[in-house]
Design a protein around this ligand. Structure first.
Ligand code: SF4
Length: 94
């Protein structure tokens, strides 16, 4: 991760709390690609995406993270919002 993440909190125990994925990550884990270091969410959310776009993060097992996006207007899942959203007639940049 190179950008500021609005969903990231540092705990008193020096763990990283991903609020979006509701997961506690060790400082080492947070620098791995499966966690924060490979997460697309900070970059996409910093680029003023559509107001209807919601990021989703899931950590089902330690060492595995899944990232996708949801359009709250059309109720669809989007993998690459940076490509698809600007082509949508309902696109409204935040
Ligand atoms: S996993 Fe992604 S959304 Fe969660 S705290 Fe890390 S960078 Fe932010």
């Amino acid at each position: 991760m190179t950008d500021y993440c609005p969903y990231q909190l540092l705990t008193a125990a020096a763990q990283v709390h991903c609020l979006l994925g509701d997961a506690l990550l060790s400082p080492q884990d947070s620098t791995d690609l499966w966690a924060c270091a490979g997460c697309r969410i900070p970059r996409i959310m910093a680029n003023r995406p559509c107001i209807h776009l919601e990021p989703i993060k899931r950590f089902s097992l330690r060492g595995q993270g899944v990232t996708y996006f949801r359009c709250s207007l059309l109720d669809i899942v989007i993998d690459e919002p940076e490509t698809l959203c600007p082509m949508c007639v309902d696109y409204e940049q935040s």
